[in-house]
Ligand binder design. Structure first.
Ligand code: XMP
Length: 318
């Protein structure tokens, strides 16, 4: 294993030599890899970096605020936030097919990113959080990295964006990227976070994606993460999230009959995301998660736990 302090100094020298006076565009997802790339580049070239965070309206509760807080307030990086929620949600209206949803989200991301890039002159480079496993596999399957070129998320960049690539993490494994992130002053909560897919909550609502459902899901998901963190299970698991099933069922609340939504809780253990087993959480913890979601989220009256492993089930539901 390399000494990350040493690696950091070397990379800064290398990046400065490569970039010269040019400007570098970088897409941030809120995930570990793109955050480390942005922090590293800012350290190396300061305001020559244009870091763009696209709010697609499919983020978790508090996600955008937390990214803004870390970069703008904490690291003083002049983050550009493109608020594109309405554009994304408009294009997703009425769409129910999972693959179509993914394609729409991917293409819209490129459109928004492109529009943002066009506002700046003199961009010569595009920075990406490609890791060593991505280099050898050439297709990334594990996680939330914003990989704009040749990613299964998106259709690739338009021709005019013919930038030179900067990939400062391409010799590193994930654990080394985490160490580098800490070295750069990124908080533990960011550096050790679970993977989150590019299409976000868009593929965690079965069927059509709309604002009321996104809000329901955000609340349930936040409670789940809160309980996992409080019990220490967040760090012991690979991924944890809520899925809003397009299924209503009958319940009772006080003297009233309810007919409300079902939330599925998915928590998995994995090494690389290629295979996974459902996490054997204590029943008392599951009970607390279920009780809190049903009591605190108006519109949900049933919580189920996904006990499928991958394969044959995938981690995500869509
Ligand atoms: P599946 O559902 O295929 O997921 O078992 C394996 C891992 O990949 C993540 N995932 C994605 N990440 N864009 C991403 O950046 C995507 O479109 C995407 N789809 C799935 C998933 O969250 C899990 O960690």
């Amino acid at each position: 294993k390399w000494d990350m302090g040493h690696f950091l100094k070397e990379q800064i020298v290398k990046i400065r030599a490569q970039v010269g006076e040019g400007k570098v565009l970088c897409a941030l997802s809120g995930g570990v890899d793109s955050s480390v790339v942005a922090a590293l580049l800012y350290e190396a070239i300061g305001d020559q970096l244009i870091p763009v965070f696209v709010d697609n309206g499919l983020l978790r509760k508090g996600e955008r605020e937390s990214v803004e807080n870390i970069f703008k307030v904490h690291l003083k990086v002049p983050l550009v936030v493109a608020d594109a929620s309405e554009i994304f949600l408009g294009k997703l209206a009425g769409v129910t097919d999972p693959e179509t949803k993914r394609k729409i989200i991917g293409h819209t991301f490129i459109e928004v990113f492109e529009a943002e890039a066009k506002k700046h002159d003199g961009i010569k480079f595009l920075a990406q959080g490609t890791l060593y496993p991505d280099v050898i596999e050439s297709v990334s399957v594990n996680g939330p990295s914003v990989t704009i070129k040749s990613h299964h998320n998106v259709g690739g960049l338009p021709d005019w964006m013919d930038f030179e690539l900067i990939e400062p993490l391409r010799d590193l494994f994930k654990d080394e990227v985490r160490k580098l992130g800490l070295e750069l002053g990124l908080p533990d909560s960011l550096v050790n976070r679970h993977p989150f897919p590019g299409p976000g909550l868009g593929i965690r609502i079965m069927g059509e994606v709309n604002k009321p459902d996104l809000n329901l899901l955000r609340e349930a998901d936040a409670i789940l993460l809160d309980e996992l963190k409080a019990s220490g299970y967040y760090t012991k698991t690979w991924q944890a999230f809520a899925v809003l099933l397009n299924v209503k069922s009958v319940g009772v609340m006080g003297d009233n009959r309810t007919y409300d939504n079902t939330v599925c809780v998915r928590v998995v253990e994995a090494v690389d995301g290629m295979t996974a087993t459902f996490a054997h959480l204590p029943h008392t913890l599951l009970e607390r998660i279920s009780r809190r979601i049903i009591n605190e989220v108006d519109g949900i009256n049933r919580v189920v736990y996904d006990i499928s492993s991958k394969p044959p089930a995938t981690i995500e539901w869509e």
